[in-house]
Design a protein around this ligand. Structure first.
Ligand SMILES: CC(C)(COP(=O)(O)OP(=O)(O)OC[C@H]1O[C@@H](n2cnc3c(N)ncnc32)[C@H](O)[C@@H]1OP(=O)(O)O)[C@@H](O)C(=O)NCCC(=O)NCCS
Length: 162
């Protein structure tokens, strides 16, 4: 199976925050941002694999700054790491002041997607080729996160069995 570059599947989406997306403080609901994150990440994973994919996990995430009604939300998704059937997609979320253009980092999310074949089973995916220094760095970090994630999964399973 042919390996692919990070650029081939990157996704960029810009949204505007509507009043219906906000809480009584006039800032966006975290759940709305998570939904947008899951969608851009899924598109990125499907572009990379050209397969159906499912979200296997979403790592814990922190919101560093609120996003107000009328602001733009910029979501950038890319494949950080590939396993045999799963891949980590990183999504960076930024807010943009609509009048000044000031950009603030709101959150970074790491999601694991698994490619699924026609029988509903995990299936092999193309490997990612990190080309730039930044892509290489993200690849190495994602590899460590994957190890940690799978260890946590094992520990949780053991806890529920006991
Ligand atoms: C994700 C899912 C396909 C994994 O199935 P499974 O039988 O555990 O598959 P396997 O053990 O063969 O693992 C397949 C891959 O998923 C990875 N994986 C499985 N569970 C994971 C988890 N919780 N977090 C991260 N990766 C996970 C494995 O490491 C493996 O990766 P690799 O092939 O790159 O090494 C299955 O649990 C599922 O369908 N979950 C529901 C997904 C869904 O519907 N999501 C939407 C919201 S409900």
């Amino acid at each position: 199976m042919k390996s692919k570059t990070v650029k081939e599947s990157q996704v960029l989406r810009t949204e505007i925050v509507h009043p219906g997306d906000t809480n009584p403080l006039g800032t966006i609901f975290g759940g709305t941002v998570v939904q947008w994150i899951d969608k851009v990440a899924a598109i990125c994973a499907m572009r990379h694999t050209r397969r159906n994919v499912v979200t296997a996990s979403i790592d814990a995430m922190d919101f560093h700054s609120p996003i107000k009604v009328g602001y733009f939300v910029i979501l950038k998704a890319s494949v950080n790491y590939t396993g045999k059937t799963s891949m980590e997609i990183g999504v960076k979320v930024e807010s943009e002041h609509p009048m000044t253009g000031e950009i603030k980092h709101t959150a970074s999310a790491y999601l694991t997607f698994v490619a699924i074949d026609e029988h509903g089973k995990p299936t092999a995916i193309p490997q990612i080729i990190p080309k730039t220094d930044d892509e290489q760095k993200r690849f190495e970090m994602a590899k460590k996160r994957r190890e940690h994630r799978l260890n946590m999964k094992k520990a949780q399973e053991a806890l529920y069995k006991s």
